[in-house]
Write a protein that binds this ligand. Structure first.
Ligand code: ATR
Length: 273
């Protein structure tokens, strides 16, 4: 029986066990996927014992993605660019790592809004944390001519933009309106709008008609930003699909079959939100 897990701190709210459990049952695979709560000071030791603990690999979540990058053999260009690994597996006894966040972001938009990237000139990204890093990378890889990173703390946006070269530029929160001007797509990567957090209060007047709006927050599934964008007639894509799609490559590595993100899986996870 093949076993995998999600390693985080905290990890009890992770929905990865539900996602992988669904696929295992759907495909009749005799495997398991559990949760491992590992404190940062214990992470290296835990990973060193991963194979002996019977794991074929696992997902890595907050706050361990940089440490996982340091420990695993990495040839995935996305993980190298992000200096973060969210998926671990063994190949010939060697622990390997990749990052599926950027591909998960793109796969979600490809599935939910086909053609969204046609004529992707300018994109606006709100936030400058780890999620923003993956998404800026994804947008540039998909051909965005310019990505404006809008963040409350301008220095973090500048630092992130500098990693990506001249096509990424930084803006402060007070410049959000001009960042939206001419953008084909707007992505929220901040925690604003999440249940228990303040709403994201943004004037969308400058956002061109037809621009796609998406949020990585998926609790609630319809964030205040998505609701506002929908009222203004923009195509919107919620953030749940990114979570579902980023899980696909790991499942394939550990259990040998490539699963699909289906309405049934979405409904299952939605029922838990
Ligand atoms: P993650 O790695 O999940 O992206 P993070 O590194 O904690 O998380 O980043 C959270 C993002 O949400 C940051 O861009 C943060 O802005 P700062 O860099 O200025 O902290 C943004 N954020 C969180 N709370 C916010 C708030 N109340 N107003 C504006 N931005 C906020």
């Amino acid at each position: 029986m093949r076993r995998a897990c999600v390693i985080g701190y905290p990890v009890k709210h992770s929905r990865s066990p539900m996602i992988h459990g669904f696929w295992l049952a759907e495909r009749g695979i005799a495997g398991s996927y559990g949760r491992e709560e590992v404190a940062p000071e214990d992470f290296d030791r835990f990973v060193a014992g991963l194979a002996d603990a019977g794991y074929a690999g696992g997902n890595v979540t907050v706050p361990h993605k940089a440490a996982a990058f340091r420990l695993a053999a990495v040839d995935d260009p996305v993980a190298m660019a992000l200096e973060a690994v969210n998926t671990l597996w063994f190949e010939d006894g060697v622990l390997r790592g990749m990052n599926t966040d950027a591909a998960g972001f793109l796969a979600n938009l490809d599935q939910e809004a086909p053609g969204w990237d046609g004529g992707l000139g300018k994109a606006a990204v709100l936030g400058a944390g780890g999620a923003a890093r993956a998404i800026v990378h994804a947008l540039l890889a998909r051909g965005a001519e310019r990505v404006v990173i809008v963040n409350r703390t301008l220095a973090r946006a500048e630092e992130l933009a500098a990693r990506f070269g001249p096509r990424a530029v930084a803006a402060g929160w007070d410049e959000a309106a001009s960042a939206l001007d001419g953008a084909a797509c707007l992505v929220n990567t901040t925690s604003l709008g999440m249940a228990g957090q303040p709403a994201l209060d943004l004037d969308l007047a400058a956002l061109p008609a037809g621009a796609l709006v998406t949020d990585i927050v998926y609790v609630p599934i319809e964030t205040p930003l998505l609701a506002l964008a929908r009222r203004r007639g923009h195509p919107v894509v919620d953030g749940l699909g990114m979570l579902l799609h980023q899980a696909v490559p790991g499942f394939e590595r550990w259990f040998g079959e490539r699963p699909a993100v289906t309405p049934a899986l979405r409904a299952l996870v939605l029922g838990d939100i």
